[in-house]
Design a protein around this ligand. Structure first.
Ligand SMILES: Cc1ncc(COP(=O)(O)O)c(C=O)c1O
Length: 359
């Protein structure tokens, strides 16, 4: 078996133990004579997987009984639309914090439904930082405050939740979901595509507080986008294989010691890379230091030519998928939960070596 050091931003590396477990069970799930993909989603075996995953997610995040967990399709991008479709009406306002390309997409969708107050606009500073609390122009009457907890493209991350004086937070947590503890009680909705920190592409996790759910009164929501269709019970065929994989990843997270284990582990990996960047000015981190992401470490070298050489040589050392997002260029190392310490170490060591040869 040959596994590279995989720094892909998403779909991203999965724990090798999870892939092996899935491989073991693929053809004949628990001696049932068929795979989990070939069974009714209403049958006992799949229902156990589905409900087990919901229960485990509740435990890992300490959600208690105040939240519904749903496994939907359409990616986080569909949630950009579903959130305002369910929560925002024409004469109402929602606050959106614009910290990058994904926030911008969420804003665009919401503008079709009601008034969007952009509480902070990071575009003026090329999205290099997260706003301070005192920079947020929040609206006391807002239906919700939307933020992107981690900006996958720009390598920035909120260190803590924005304070909203009781207005529920709606969070696109696609690229840092389950990477650290959160203040659950501040959230109305948390959504995330699974393909970075939680499983393969094809399932979107949506967590909604029950009082927000029961407060939805709009009548024009298409059935598949209406949260009320999906909460509490499966409405239609869920993405059974991705949900099964999510369940295996949740087992793995719990075996490792839960979210607090990953908080520490992710801090250690990120520190290794940021310390290497900060050693001198050969590498230049693109995010302001206080806004740096623990999930996506973004940096530049002196010239694009040198960056190309860096990527090429890195690949020859099995250090893969380090190219920055096509919209910003540079280098990006995505080091989600499943990225092992050895990969961060191998990258840091390659960076030092490359610097000594080219600096
Ligand atoms: C923060 C964030 N939000 C949303 C998306 C879009 O997710 P999807 O492709 O699941 O629609 C991404 C994808 O990379 C992302 O990083």
């Amino acid at each position: 078996m040959h596994r590279v050091h995989n720094f892909s931003a998403g779909p991203a590396i999965l724990p090798v133990e999870v892939l092996q477990k899935a491989q073991e069970q693929l053809v004949d799930y628990q001696n049932s004579g068929s795979s989990i993909m070939e069974k009714s989603h209403r049958g006992a075996e799949y229902v156990e997987v589905h409900e087990g995953a919901i229960e485990q997610l509740k435990q890992v995040l300490e959600l208690g009984d105040d939240f519904e967990v749903m496994f939907l399709q359409g990616g986080a991008s569909t949630q950009f639309l579903s959130v305002p479709f369910n929560l925002l009406s024409e004469n109402e306002t929602a606050d959106y914090i614009n910290t990058g390309a994904w926030s911008k997409k969420a804003i665009k969708e919401a503008q079709a439904f009601g008034h969007v107050n952009v509480a902070f606009d990071g575009s003026k500073e090329s999205f290099t930082r997260i706003p301070r609390q005192d920079e947020l122009h929040l609206n006391a009457d807002a239906k919700y405050v939307h933020f992107t907890s981690n900006n996958t493209i720009f390598g920035t991350q909120f260190a803590t939740e924005p304070q909203t004086n009781g207005v529920p937070l709606v969070c696109d947590a696609s690229s840092d979901f389950l990477s650290r503890p959160i203040n659950v009680k501040d959230y109305g909705i948390i959504y995330a595509g699974a393909q970075k920190n939680l499983g393969p592409a094809g399932v979107t996790i949506v967590i909604i507080r029950k009082d927000i759910l029961s407060g939805i009164s709009k009548t024009n929501i298409p059935t598949m986008l209406d949260y009320r269709s999906h909460a509490g019970a499966m409405f239609n065929t869920p993405p059974v294989f991705p949900v099964y994989m999510v369940k295996l990843v949740l087992d793995w997270i719990q075996e490792k010691g839960g979210i607090s284990y990953f908080e520490q582990f992710n801090q250690e990996k990120a520190a290794l890379l940021y310390n290497t960047i900060d050693d001198d000015d050969f590498y230049r981190g693109t995010a302001e230091i206080s806004s740096r992401s623990l999930m996506n470490v973004t940096f530049r070298l002196a010239t694009e030519e040198l960056e190309q050489r860096f990527l090429k040589e890195a690949a020859s050392h099995d250090l893969m998928a380090l190219k920055g997002h096509r919209s910003v260029g540079g280098i990006r190392a995505s080091i989600y939960n499943a990225c092992p310490m050895e990969s961060a170490e191998a990258l840091a060591s390659f960076m030092k070596d490359f610097r000594s040869k080219n600096g």
